[in-house]
Ligand binder design. Structure first.
Ligand SMILES: NC(=O)c1ccc[n+]([C@@H]2O[C@H](COP(=O)([O-])OP(=O)(O)OC[C@H]3O[C@@H](n4cnc5c(N)ncnc54)[C@H](O)[C@@H]3O)[C@@H](O)[C@H]2O)c1
Length: 376
């Protein structure tokens, strides 16, 4: 029987973050309690639109509110770790958008504090709850792919014209979308990485983060496994349509991401004769795994009924992952289970990227993941 426990959620950061408001409003075990953004006029716009009464312009003030059980953070990358640490210190469970942090030390602090306090931390990685990943994972778990032999992923994006804080951002510092499916498919942990930088971004951007590379390509060795993966990431100066991809090569079947957005993925079946080896497949939706109240949001954006706000909608993007993310986080609190990825898992995923960038700056040096990112 479903529990009738309700978790009071507060969201900080209301651009991407607003996507989650109706999900918590409609989830049977959540109460969309409070929202936070610094500019009062913008805060009120979102609050009025969605009908959220409790509003804060000051995050520290919000954290003093004893009614709040969990904080969901959707602010710019550099704020994630400081805001997560503050929330944990204030006794709140935390969900935070990607990446966990931008330094290894921040990741360590979050893992230690979450484990010390017993509070839940979840990195809200959209790819791990996208219908494409859920489909590939189902195939793998059923044995349909056979023995996994190799994995690769990419996240290429042209951030020209985005807010200035992105300019020159080290590509691998924001690589969780391509790293997480590599590790998530088989439940692996990364043991060490080696990464090469390639190309050069615009001179004026390089000084901002002392990062010159247009693309970073990282090899990841999995712990206690014969597997390795490679991922590549770009943010500036590369001509390529947006792509968050993963390819999984098994002994029986391979799952390959399409080259062009909007095409169906390809399954290669080894036992079939050419040219039937490669077939395009329709990826099913996984809304049936969700409470009925939020099932529609795997395909529907939160502003889809309202033309006025359509330009802000990201909703049904990200593979329909948002309702799955909200659901698994809430249920981990209701049922006292570990969310996925939890602090250690998120640290392993995030530190792959941070250390990959360090490796690229050192000409491809092999760098080990720290102990605190490993389960054992
Ligand atoms: N697929 C994904 O997982 C995905 C998709 C989009 C965005 N994101 C992540 O979500 C985060 C936000 O992205 P965005 O595009 O919405 O960014 P944005 O810059 O458009 O919005 C950030 C929001 O945070 C608020 N904010 C910033 N600092 C604050 C503070 N100290 N107190 C209160 N409010 C504060 C801003 O007012 C704004 O509402 C980023 O980290 C981004 O990487 C993840």
């Amino acid at each position: 029987m479903m529990s009738d426990k309700k978790i009071n959620v507060a969201i900080i950061g209301l651009s991407f973050g607003a996507e989650f408001i109706p999900l918590y409003q409609k989830h049977p075990n959540a109460n969309m309690y409070a929202i936070c953004q610094r500019t009062a006029s913008e805060l009120n716009k979102v609050g009025d639109y969605f009908g959220v009464e409790k509003r804060y312009t000051d995050y520290d003030e919000m954290l003093k509110d004893p009614e709040i059980d969990a904080v969901h953070i959707n602010t710019p990358v550099s704020s994630h770790a400081p805001q997560v640490l503050k929330a944990l210190r204030a006794g709140k469970h935390v969900a935070c958008t990607i990446p966990m942090a931008t330094t290894v030390d921040e990741c360590r602090q979050i893992v230690e504090l979450a484990e010390e306090t017993g509070l839940k931390y979840c990195m809200m990685e959209t790819v791990l709850y996208s219908r494409e990943f859920l489909f590939a994972k189902e195939l793998y778990d059923q044995g349909a792919l056979g023995k996994m032999q190799f994995l690769q992923g990419s996240h290429v994006q042209d951030m020209e014209g985005w807010p200035e804080y992105w300019e020159g951002f080290p590509p691998m510092h924001n690589a969780t979308h391509c790293v997480s499916p590599m590790l998530g498919l088989t439940g692996a942990e990364a043991e060490y990485v080696s990464c090469f930088g390639s190309g050069t971004i615009d001179e004026s951007y390089i000084a901002k983060y002392h990062s010159p590379f247009a693309i970073e390509t990282c090899h990841i060795k999995f712990k206690d496994s014969d597997l390795s993966a490679r991922v590549y990431r770009s943010l500036y100066g590369v001509a390529r349509q947006y792509r968050e991809s993963f390819d999984f090569y098994g002994s029986k079947k391979a799952y390959e991401w399409p080259l062009i957005e909007g095409e169906d993925p390809i399954i290669h079946t080894r036992s079939k004769p050419e040219p039937e080896i490669a077939e395009r497949v329709k990826v099913p939706d996984y809304a049936h795994l969700l409470p009925e109240e939020i099932q529609a949001y795997t395909t529907k954006g939160v502003y889809d009924d309202d033309n006025e706000h359509l330009s802000f909608a990201q909703g049904a993007g990200h593979g329909g992952s948002h309702p799955h993310l909200a659901h698994q986080f809430i249920m981990s609190l209701v049922e006292d289970t570990e969310p996925y990825p939890n602090a250690r898992e998120a640290a392993n995923i995030t530190c792959v990227g941070i250390l990959a960038h360090e490796s690229a700056l050192a000409g491809g040096e092999i760098i080990k993941l720290p102990e605190f990112t490993l389960k054992s």
